[in-house]
Ligand binder design. Structure first.
Ligand code: ACM
Length: 765
């Protein structure tokens, strides 16, 4: 008997009027409507899964359910044809339609009903979720209930950027699987960008022969010679057309539509390197490992449109989706302004501005797509040059694009930065993954409400849905892509699927531990960094004042000081605590009695209380903050630096300098591989006093006189992190310390990795 399923805490019965038997389903995304009923259904090794005779789609959902039971509970259930009957889990056809389904759990049977294959598929997922509310293997009991479920939005998307970093076919399939499990139905596949062209195009082989490979930025990669070629190792890859067909079919079987994106007229460096005649200016000889916005645009010759038509013809053959995404974002117009042929074409066409030329460009491509019976979708910049009402607009620069689009009669999708940009780090913890510096946590993603208030009911019909984007500049490995996506994609899924009125952060947080367990049981990586407890400690008297951080929005922190493992009965962390040096704090976050992540062991000692990682420091400004990975070593673990690349400057707030005589700073150097145009001139440094430059430490403010100066000479020949040590003079009390580098130019860009203040009695000079 599984008591937690039958009688739960009163608080989790909210919404279930009257004395109820079952707690609400611990399902993400939350089902639209749910009613408890008497009794419970037992699932054991003899429970058959039935589907209607000759119904291949229903059979696929039945088999998927069996496979999930096997993978997570080790139950091998028989799948066979048959109508619902006592003792069975059955799929049957009938209202509701499409993606909607009914799920009835009675004492003697479970029945999933939908007229749509997608509905049966989602019903299967929900049955499995109900059966995995408690972890463990073997037989399980599901409390009686009736679920009537249907999606809020038709477009429930994730964008995967396979251009900045390439992912394997296996990874893409796993990603699709996880999307399907979260009832997400649209994979926007970003296959083309400045750094790589990832789709085999038969007519233009150089797109992938040349455009799919690059040497990563920085001297470490440049020195990493491949003995087979005598040149630096390249990274990259592309999807053959056979692989794409395989992935598209795999997605279709999971009711996921793949919308390919072929970027134009900008973000086209890779294809222009492959075929320079397509460009508006002569490109360099090689593909690039830079990030940012490149200046290369396609030109507007007829031959270029013929190329694009050819490419899109092959794309359309491969992808059956109604929509084809053509990008349209961030096309800086300098090359068009400077190119006489482009200017001449504008005159002939009576096009007055380069922005209008982009509108004309996109409209031409739209005609091609419409000619093939497809619809164009683009980033919100496509509105600027004017585009037909039939074009769909993906709003990324906030939500204004969506509002303007809907008011003009375009369909639109909400995908605003930064909230739905999952390339942002999800925690400020020093061991958080690389990404954009501004933290976009799970709760922020969850609380996002996509329907703009500025739209009236008619205009709201143009909002197709919502999407989060995984730009992969800083996701070098597939594991990182998965971790940056999950658990945040679960929050997105609830926004996309569940009725707005069902959304409730606390309720979601209650369901989260179970969902994390499901992922773990299937071996699917989920980022737990934000859920693990970490500490920020400072000296106080002979000991330390310790602030425990982690799972702030989700759980409570319990800790011990005696070496025992924390439990839900351990001391509750409520305010900074004092601890003696030498102690190890063991801490863990819980939600309603369930652990959110493994235990953290936090050692408090003379060093840890005066050490700050760059992520613990404050950047002086927040112009373009990145949590960026070192470019070296080429193989092996690399440091991660939190740095504002427009103003590399850090503050150690409230540093206790009592008795401190030395300072130790670990520094690294980064290649300045950012295409930021003229903005590079805004990055200012103090001039160096020695040829290699210095790290300067100032007390109080960044404008004061230096209390320590650490020459960078010992660090210049190392591509990895170097520890610099120096005297700190005349510093006293509790003050801010400011860290800046003197440099002649931006490349390499020096970064602080970590700072340690050293008290004088042991190391002092
Ligand atoms: C975008 O983030 N440039 C669409």
């Amino acid at each position: 008997m599984r008591l937690p399923l039958l009688i739960a805490l009163a608080s989790s019965l909210a919404g279930f009027a009257g004395a109820s038997l079952a707690a609400p389903a611990k399902i993400i995304p939350a089902p639209a409507a749910e009613t408890p009923r008497d009794g419970a259904f037992q699932i054991h090794s003899q429970t058959p899964i039935l589907y209607p005779v000759g119904d291949a789609e229903a059979q696929a959902s039945a088999q998927r359910l069996a496979e999930l039971f096997n993978r997570s509970r080790g139950l091998k259930l028989t799948v066979r044809q048959g109508a619902p009957q006592a003792g069975a889990i059955a799929f049957q056809r009938g209202a509701p339609a499409g993606e909607a389904y009914d799920l009835d759990v009675a004492t003697d049977r479970i029945v999933v009903t939908s007229a749509g294959g997608a509905g049966l598929f989602y019903g299967a997922t929900s049955v499995w979720q109900l059966a995995t509310e408690t972890a463990g293997k073997g037989a399980v009991e599901i409390a009686g209930r009736r679920i009537e479920d249907a999606p809020r939005f038709a477009w429930r998307g994730l964008m995967l950027d396979s251009a900045r970093h390439f992912q394997s076919v296996e990874f893409v399939k796993d990603f699709i699987d996880r999307m399907a499990m979260a009832k997400l139905n649209t994979l926007h596949w970003h296959l083309v960008d400045d750094q790589g062209w990832r789709l085999e195009i038969k007519k233009y082989p150089r797109l992938t022969q040349i455009g799919a490979w690059r040497v990563p930025a920085g001297p470490a990669a440049a020195a990493d010679i491949d003995p087979k070629t005598g040149h630096p190792h390249v990274i990259g890859g592309f999807y053959t057309q056979d692989q794409v067909r395989e992935i598209v079919a795999y997605a279709a079987a999971r009711h996921v539509t793949i919308v390919p994106e072929i970027e134009m007229p900008g973000h086209a460096h890779a294809p222009i390197v492959a075929y320079p005649e397509l460009g508006s200016a002569a490109p360099p000889a090689a593909t690039s490992g830079d990030w940012g916005v490149f200046p290369y645009l396609y030109n507007v010759d007829e031959k270029t449109f013929a190329f694009l038509d050819d490419v899109l013809s092959e794309v359309i053959e491969l992808f059956p989706s109604r929509y084809i995404h053509v990008g349209g974002d961030e096309a800086v117009k300098e090359q068009w302004k400077a190119n006489p042929a482009v200017q001449a074409r504008m005159k002939v066409l009576h096009i007055a501005s380069e922005t209008a030329l982009q509108g004309w460009f996109i409209s031409r491509v739209e005609q091609t797509l419409n000619g093939h019976g497809r619809r164009l979708i683009g980033w919100d910049e496509i509105l600027e040059g004017g585009v037909a009402q039939s074009a769909t607009v993906m709003s990324w620069r906030g939500i204004d694009g969506a509002i303007i689009a809907a008011k003009l009669g375009h369909d639109t999708i909400l995908s605003p930065a930064p909230t739905l940009y999952l390339n942002h780090r999800q925690t400020a913890a020093p061991d958080g993954l690389p990404g954009r510096g501004q933290v976009v946590g799970l709760r922020e993603v969850y609380n996002y409400e996509p329907m703009p208030l500025a739209l009236n009911p008619d205009e709201r019909h143009h909002v197709l849905g919502v999407q989060a984007n995984l730009w992969t500049e800083h996701m070098r490995t597939e594991d990182r892509v998965a971790l940056m996506a999950f658990p945040r994609a679960m929050a997105l899924a609830e926004t996309a699927w569940s009725p707005a009125a069902r959304k409730d952060w606390k309720d979601f947080a209650d369901r989260l531990p179970v969902e994390l367990e499901r992922s773990r049981a299937l071996g699917q990586p989920v980022d737990e960094t934000a859920l693990r407890v970490r500490a920020l400690a400072s000296p106080v008297g002979p000991g330390a004042m310790v602030r425990l951080l982690g799972a702030e929005d989700i759980g409570e922190i319990r800790y011990t000081l005696d070496g025992s493992a924390p439990t839900t009965g351990s001391a509750l962390y409520q305010a900074p605590l004092t601890a003696p040096l030498g102690v190890t704090i063991r801490a863990q976050a819980f939600r309603k009695g369930q652990a959110l992540a493994p235990v953290s062991d936090i050692k408090i000692d003379a060093r840890s209380i005066r050490t700050r990682a760059s992520q613990d420091l404050k950047t002086c400004r927040e112009d373009l903050v990145l949590n960026i990975e070192d470019d070296a070593p080429v193989r092996g673990a690399r440091a991660r630096f939190l740095i504002d690349i427009m103003n590399p400057c850090w503050v150690y707030e409230d540093a206790d300098l009592s008795g401190v005589s030395q300072i130790e700073v670990a520094v690294g150097q980064l290649p300045f591989n950012f295409q930021i145009g003229k903005d590079v001139d805004k990055i200012k440094f103090r001039p160096p006093a020695t040829p290699d430059g210095e790290l300067e430490v100032r007390q109080g403010s960044c404008a004061g006189t230096a209390v320590a100066t650490l020459p960078l000479g010992p660090a210049v020949t190392s591509q990895g992190v170097t520890v610099l040590t120096g005297q700190i003079a005349g510093a006293t009390g509790v003050r801010d310390l400011c860290f800046t580098f003197t440099q002649k130019g931006v490349d390499p860009m020096w970064a602080v990795d970590r700072v340690t203040l050293i008290a004088g009695d042991r190391h002092g000079g």
